[in-house]
Ligand binder design. Structure first.
Ligand code: NAD
Ligand code: TYD
Length: 355
């Protein structure tokens, strides 16, 4: 039988690269990675699979209709896993325009190209458009309760509203045009190849560099953390077994306050890489101005994907965070390479309160 092809958008990013590595290493798909290579996309994250004959790369913007159509027609995929996005909340506060363009207009463009391609397929049974979204579309929780597939959308940041908008477009293309779609909404991810602007890799790298460890507000905001490889398995499962028109919430019940996360990282580093003066890395913790509109708490109920698709996380926070810190200690070169000039200039311009 001919090899099945999957398109993956954003495959050079943090989660997309984990999906691509799994599809090549643990499955038999031909994979076409469609990525514009913004500051957050790095082909170095795909080194271990890039010479595999089943891996293909197309440096294309998802807003580019001509090239996206060309890719659908050329590779004849059985599905698309859509991860390309602007993904950092702080950036969306400073400059929402790119978020509207990529997350909303880009998703609209992909849906239109997918619809045209799907409509002319002779065998329509296999094709699926899997849209990867976030728990942030549901808004902010108080001290109790969980998000689930039935929670009403209530996004509050430019990032989460752009993701919520794209989720709505995906649903509309299912109901209106019968495009076969599945949506996943996942909690905060962490793990290897995470761009060091996000909390966990930022703290590890700043700690090692002797810099301040910035905690927004009091550090009591809560996030529900999932190891990236567990999310990638959930996405592939959603493609292979997800019911059309359904959404699946993904999370591993690992709620932590930001202060707990930072203290845990410091403790692991104190053991694995003690400072010369033997002081704890916690001495670098610095409380800084809170994020505008900072959502208080996210937490997910993943019962549906567990019971209907048989998904289970393999890591808990203790095992995953240890692996993550070890990875960053062993891969300092990757960090140096991805911290481009463009990124450094952006930080200098926008994060005066950091150092
Ligand atoms: P990321 O920022 O690490 O990677 C995004 C990738 O998309 C990069 O490779 C970038 O080059 C590419 N990209 C951006 N704009 C593009 C465009 N216009 N055309 C083509 N490629 C473009 O993001 P991530 O953390 O890997 O997130 C991937 C997806 O998962 C996003 O849709 C995000 O909303 C969602 N998500 C992320 C998390 C999380 O904790 N990181 C949690 C739940 C859902
Ligand atoms: P982040 O990694 O940006 O993910 P998200 O905003 O999508 O949840 O932030 C995670 C949490 O950490 C969030 O509550 C904001 C907080 N945070 C800090 O306290 N300091 C930082 O330097 C960053 C980047 C985030």
């Amino acid at each position: 039988m001919a090899q099945k092809t999957l398109l993956v958008t954003g495959g050079a990013g943090f989660i997309g690269s984990a999906v691509v590595r799994q599809l090549i290493n643990n499955h038999d798909y031909r994979v076409v990675n469609i990525d514009k290579l913004t500051y957050a996309g790095n082909l170095e994250s795909l080194k271990e699979v890039s010479s595999n004959p089943r891996y293909h790369f197309e440096q294309v913007d998802i807003c580019d209709k001509e090239n996206i159509s060309r890719i659908f027609n050329r590779y004849q995929p059985v599905g698309i896993l859509h991860l390309a996005a602007e993904s950092h909340v702080d950036r969306s506060i400073v400059g929402p325009g790119e978020f509207i363009q990529t997350n909303i207009v880009g998703t609209y463009n992909l849906l239109e190209c997918a619809k045209e391609y799907y409509n002319q397929l002779a065998d329509k049974t296999l094709f699926k458009f899997v849209h990867i979204s976030t728990d942030e579309v549901f808004g902010s929780l108080g001290d109790t309760g969980y998000f689930s597939e039935t929670t009403a959308y209530n996004p509050r940041s430019p990032y989460s509203s752009s993701k919520a908008s794209s989720d709505m477009l995906v649903r509309a293309w299912y109901h209106t045009y019968n495009l076969p779609v599945v949506i996943t909404n996942c909690t905060n991810n962490y793990g290897p190849y995470h761009f060091p602007e996000k909390l966990i890799p930022l703290i590890i790298n700043n700690a090692l560099a002797g810099k301040a460890l910035p905690i927004y507000g009091k550090g009591d905001n809560v996030r529900d953390w999932l190891y990236v490889e567990d999310h990638a398995r959930g996405i592939i499962l959603a493609y292979e077994k997800g019911q059309l028109g359904e959404s699946y919430c993904i999370g591993g019940h690992n709620e932590k306050t930001n202060l707990e996360v930072v203290q845990t990282i410091c403790k692991i580093l104190d053991e694995l890489k003690p400072k010369v003066d033997k002081a704890s890395y916690t001495s670098q913790i610095t409380y800084v101005t809170d994020r505008a509109g900072h959502d208080y708490r996210y937490a997910m109920d993943p019962t549906k994907i567990q019971s209907e698709l048989g998904w289970q996380p393999q890591e808990n926070f203790d095992s995953g965070i240890k692996k993550t810190v070890e990875w960053y200690l062993d891969n300092h070169e990757w960090v140096e390479h991805v911290l481009s000039c463009e990124y450094q200039q952006w930080v200098q311009k926008n994060y005066d309160n950091r150092c």
